[in-house]
Design a protein around this ligand. Structure first.
Ligand SMILES: Nc1nc2c(ncn2[C@@H]2O[C@H](COP(=O)(O)OP(=O)(O)OP(=O)(O)O)[C@@H](O)[C@H]2O)c(=O)[nH]1
Length: 665
């Protein structure tokens, strides 16, 4: 708890300053928002060209940019909905819960994957007791809803770069969880003003006092700084925007300096090309301006400029401190680099610091299910990476699967979501290989290589592996005290080393473990949840490489290795994993006209083996009596089935077999 404590000392002094700033009696009223249709268009399909909004009346001191951050499911998106309604940005009862979760995958899974910005207009009325002396001030508030899952914390840290403050939402019943801690530090290290919001106070098990005590003990946040809300019933919401205006500073940029914009995010629109979300740090951007990119030195014209209110709403101009979008005829995804600085062409500016590059924790091969779809998959990946710049892509080829891609992801959920988006948004049909982490191997000639594809480990026949290292993570686990025993057992089974163990209150334990990344990418979180009846919360940050004892595990079909099924595992786990892989494959490979042997091997040593006996009858044997139509139908069916197969030597492997192997840990 030492590091937490040190940081929280700093937090205390900052939060003290904040409490001095609050809180003169004031009242906020929504400004009449520009009209917009009842059901706005989905992002990516078109924009809502609503009536133009005049941004001229919003100098930086009338702007507040803030994020909503929290642990998974603590109510960020619901709170964002309520604030959008409160400001008249969307209509109450718009029939679309979690309005800012726009992707199909977000709605289906009930999680936020992409951070989303929405601009709101708000009128503050001071001295409202005397109606004749009322003073009105209009504010422009940019709200960024962020994801909660650890895989998407890169998305959170990028969003924070556009903000001066954050609402740290904590579930009043669940209390502080692992991502609450992680997100607090992300915001704290970015020097943001943090407003704690204890949400879901309507729940019967809500215990706001316990949460206040946790906030105090972990982050040194004073109890009176916390807002109590229910995003469900609306209770306490009237205090949220006043706190935003009073406590969060306005953006620090200068209107009279040359234009500098931070490229926060981008996505591809069929009609407009690449749409860039930007934060104007200094200066002013007007429609028609010539802008340039510091990363590529390319120049463009600002063809359309506006805000997300909450859909694309043209304004023709963006002033200092504002967050909005620009369409500039960028067609290729490679040109829109998230973190880039955009500025007026021909002016000389210092580029903004940008973002730390994303760190890829998990790699896997991605191949078209039908080899002839390679170009279509290439196109789909290019488009999707424009909206998700955190994926790394390089081309690779496999004997079993043909031409494909090696992709780096921020975690397994990120990988899953990327696959689902490729399928849902671009109609791609894909096969992906067993996820692996980036190991480092040293060979007898002294060379060191990072291995992202286990199959490539064999391509150095003249060299012997002399040492290897695997990436590790520092995991934070928060659990009710009665589950401490099973969690310690799980972590030691996963080769973990305990670093910290303490209690955040009488009921909750806080543990830090160093764990090999390989041990947590597959199924760790599910197992942790199941042994703690769903009460554990988990977060991790990457740590350094540790020496390890790794071996390459090959899968052979009829004696022939399948490169796309190779994996690298710890020596101690090789036997169990080899057995599991062989058993799973046996279930998914159909009997064929000949016997099939499935083997798992380390080098030339076979460690697991199964046999699928030969089929006695051919499918056509069922067609008796010369019924031609039936015979044709069966042949067609057989052909369709074959299309979904990958042939390795003489063995046909169904796509599902590849999917099944992903689940082996
Ligand atoms: N009882 C109650 N339920 C709430 C409240 N706020 C949100 N919820 C519910 O909690 C669940 C999660 O809410 P979300 O707003 O999706 O949470 P989130 O933090 O955005 O979730 P992620 O984006 O996945 O991290 C939903 O079922 C909401 O209806 C509240 O104040 N009270």
């Amino acid at each position: 708890m030492g590091s937490l404590y040190r940081a929280s000392k700093l937090a205390r002094s900052r939060l003290r300053q904040l409490s001095l700033l609050s809180s003169e009696p004031s009242k906020l009223r929504p400004l009449p928002a520009p009209e917009h249709p009842d059901l706005p268009c989905r992002r990516g399909s078109c924009s809502v060209a609503g009536p133009a909004v005049d941004l001229g009346g919003y100098p930086p001191e009338r702007i507040r940019n803030f994020s909503i951050i929290a642990h998974v499911d603590h109510g960020k998106s619901t709170l964002a909905d309520r604030l959008l309604e409160l400001t008249g940005t969307i209509k109450k009862g718009h029939g679309q819960p979690q309005y800012l979760d726009k992707l199909q995958v977000e709605r289906e899974r009930g999680i936020t994957v992409k951070a989303q910005t929405a601009t709101m207009f708000y009128r503050r009325i001071i001295n409202s007791s005397d109606i004749h002396n009322e003073e009105q001030s209009d504010y422009l508030l940019n709200l960024i809803d962020t994801p909660g899952h650890v895989d998407f914390s890169y998305e959170v840290s990028r969003s924070l770069a556009a903000c001066q403050g954050a609402l740290l939402v904590v579930d009043a019943a669940q209390g502080v969880q692992a991502q609450t801690v992680a997100n607090f530090y992300l915001a704290f290290e970015s020097n943001l003003t943090i407003i704690p919001v204890i949400n879901k106070i309507d729940q019967p098990t809500a215990d706001p006092d316990r949460v206040k005590a946790q906030l105090k003990s972990l982050f040194d946040i004073d109890a009176e700084d916390a807002l109590l809300t229910s995003a469900k019933t609306g209770q306490g919401l009237e205090h949220v925007l006043p706190a935003v205006i009073e406590r969060i500073p306005s953006p620090p940029g200068k209107c009279d300096l040359p234009l500098r914009m931070l490229l926060l995010d981008s996505y591809y629109d069929e009609y407009k090309g690449v749409i860039c979300h930007v934060a104007v740090v200094d200066g002013t951007l007007r429609k028609g301006d010539k802008i340039a990119s510091a990363a590529t030195n390319q120049a463009y014209e600002a063809l359309d400029v506006g805000i997300m209110h909450p859909e694309l709403t043209p304004t023709g101009i963006l002033f200092t401190g504002q967050v909005g979008y620009v369409v500039s005829g960028i067609r290729s995804t490679k040109e829109a680099r998230v973190g880039d600085t955009l500025y007026h062409a021909r002016s000389i500016v210092e580029p903004l610091p940008g973002f730390k590059p994303a760190k890829h924790m998990v790699f896997s091969g991605l191949y078209p299910a039908d080899g002839s779809d390679f170009e279509a998959l290439n196109h789909a990946i290019e488009r999707l990476t424009c909206n998700d710049a955190s994926v790394s892509i390089t081309k690779e080829s496999s004997t079993a699967l043909g031409m494909g891609f090696r992709c780096g992801f921020l975690g397994l959920l990120h990988m899953d979501v990327f696959h689902q988006r490729l399928e849902q948004e671009y109609g791609a049909r894909i096969i992906s290989t067993i996820p692996t982490v980036p190991y480092i191997f040293e060979y007898s000639d002294g060379s060191k290589v990072q291995v992202q594809n286990p199959a490539t480990l064999a391509s150095n026949p003249g060299k012997r592996v002399t040492a290897c290292w695997e990436p590790s993570v520092i995991a934070t686990i928060i659990i009710p005290s009665e589950y401490v025993g099973p969690v310690i057992t799980l972590c030691s089974e996963r080769r973990g080393e305990q670093l910290e163990y303490s209690f955040i209150d009488s009921q909750r334990a806080f543990m830090k473990y160093r764990l090999p990344l390989r041990e947590i990418v597959v199924d760790f979180y599910n197992e942790l949840k199941s042994i703690t009846s769903g009460y554990a919360s988990f977060d991790y940050e990457d740590a350094d490489y540790q020496t390890s004892d790794l071996v390459k595990l090959d899968i052979l079909l009829n004696g022939q290795p399948v490169d796309a099924m190779a994996t690298i595992v710890h020596q101690l786990k090789a036997q169990r994993i080899g057995r599991e892989l062989v058993d799973r494959l046996k279930k998914f490979i159909d009997r064929q006209m000949f016997e099939i042997t499935i083997q798992a091997a380390i080098g030339s040593k076979v460690i697991a083996r199964e046999t699928i006996s030969a089929m006695r009858k051919n499918v056509l044997a069922k067609c008796y009596g010369g019924d031609v139509t039936r015979k044709k139908k069966l042949l067609e069916k057989q052909k369709e089935g074959k299309k979904r197969m990958k042939r390795v030597g003489s063995v046909d492997i169904p796509q599902e077999a590849f999917h099944e192997l992903l689940k082996v840990s």
